[in-house]
Design a protein around this ligand. Sequence first.
Ligand SMILES: [Zn+2]
Length: 658
Amino acid sequence: MNSLWNDADIVAISKGDDLAYRVYSSRLLGKDKSLVLHGGGNTSIKVVEKNRFGVEEEILYVKGSGWDLETIEAEGFSPVRLDHLQRLARLPLLSDPEMVNELVTHMTRATAPAPSVEAILHAVIPHKYVDHTHADAVVTITNSPGGEEKIRRIYGDEVILIPYVMPGFDLARLCAERLDAELTSRTIGMVLLNHGIFSFGESAKESYERMIYLVGKAKAYLQSQAAWDITSDLAEPARDTGLLLAGLRNQITAAAGFPVIMQRHTNPETTAFVSRRDLKPIAQQGPATPDHVIRTKRLPMIGRDVDAYVAAYKRYFSENEPLAKERKAMLDPAPRVVLDAQLGMCTAGRSAREAGIVADIYRHTMRVIQRAEKLGGYRALPAKDIFDVEYWDLEQAKLKKTGKLPRFSGEIALVTGAVSGIGKACVDALLANGTAVVGVDINPAIETLYARPDYLGLEGDVTSEAVLKVVMTKTADAFGGLDMLVLNAGVFPAGCRISELSLEEWSRVMALNLDAGLVLMREAHPFLKLAPKGGRVVVIGSKNVPAPGPGAAPYSASKAALNQLARVAALEWGEDGIRINSVHPNAVFDTSAWTEEVLTARAAHYGLSVDEYKRNNILKTEVTSRDVAELVIQMCGPAFAKTTGAQVPVDGGNDRVI
Ligand SMILES: [Zn+2]
């Protein structure tokens, strides 16, 4: 373990700005995923401040709920009156709602986030800086047989050892008692069995570097026991599993009660883990630290029997719920982690971001399990303790912060010709509505169009059948299936009259505007059939379908044929719950085809100004890519839930179409 502390980084921090140091070293902890993951861990600092009357008060600045250590800012720390917290720790009892009320009503800034549920614990530690992580190396040791003894041998009197108690008031009270009894000048931290580790010190650097030192000792111990390195032989992940994944997503969605995104992970580490012969016993123990349960559930699903997983979850609920202090309503029983010999590790969430968080956590869990196995066996907390954290209102509150879910949350769309114009506008509108989007384009810029977990850009020529098969496989691997398909890729060739038209040019346009649409529809069909809310296809047609123009034979004919293909698909696919509708845009000028120069020339040709030319329709309105994308979104949503085989113009009104 190396300290990432760098004095050069902090030249900008003015001396005495203790909170700025707190922010700096909190971020150092957050950066190291083997210490904390996704909102895990917390830090604090105790400072003296003058109140409104000029009276000095000791204030605990503790990580606010909803903030992540890696990206925390000064305003992410909640200021709470320290003496009040310390007095609370001496109470014999304090319920969760009472504790939350005490924390929130003793803050000195009304707009601060709710203080961490571990605020009272931070308050009872008599050092200025306190750091808390769920370090992999430490939980590996405490989650193995004789973990407590091993910890004692590793640290001696450097740390105080705290048995497992659920986070919150009871844990803070126990820590206060142990600190009173055991704290010496040699104590630099606390190990919380099956949970994590605290370090503390008088400066940010001292506390941070003590964390690194303590976790480094745990790592060195694991190395000395030959329990650090994990070998992963290169098992080949199975290929062509797209439909298997989509089928599994369909079942998991049914169990969850909402559409889920599913990511497949097949790196050597996960592949080796899922192919272990002892996978079942070692992966059926529980999470490495209790608060992972709200992301991963207590257990992963091994294999693909969703019904059996759901039944086992319901059993776990009915066995543990009666032991809880108050009555609980069952959360959805769907798995979040799937470990399957063929699929590798798959993770599920309401969004690609959530599925990614689950994967990050489980990757660390796999390491903890495998190292603990080398120490004599991985031993997680009993199901009852995990249940208490999973169903703890204060943990569930963390997940509810996301607010109302967007319209297409958990759903997946594929858009062709997505790098610019109408295609890109569709990508943007779909992303804005919570969809995970795969954009395909022949332009390699598609791959870097967006860097976000819910976007995948694939460079490829849609006229190649092989490319489209790969696109479907990659879509399934990235997000778990397909719900919406937007057929947009197309070409609008330069004008050419039939008397001059070569068969080659005709075929070129047909290949892209028509044949590619057919192949993609065919390849997407079995996936769309498995879409939990019903598959949707939107064809970007053209005004030229109902109202062709001279000199545009291949374009008009290809778009008309594509439209007819869509109508046949509407007839054939209705029984599969798939809707397919067309939009017919006209005169959409904010696309790459229409440069300022071309626009000026076309406008002049009709004796119009550019502005008049753009609004040359019945409603005298300009039609943009975004207008087309908005109609596409509507066609995928509830407004068109009862409509298939329809064609809707988006052209400002055209007298030839009307
Ligand atoms: Zn913790």
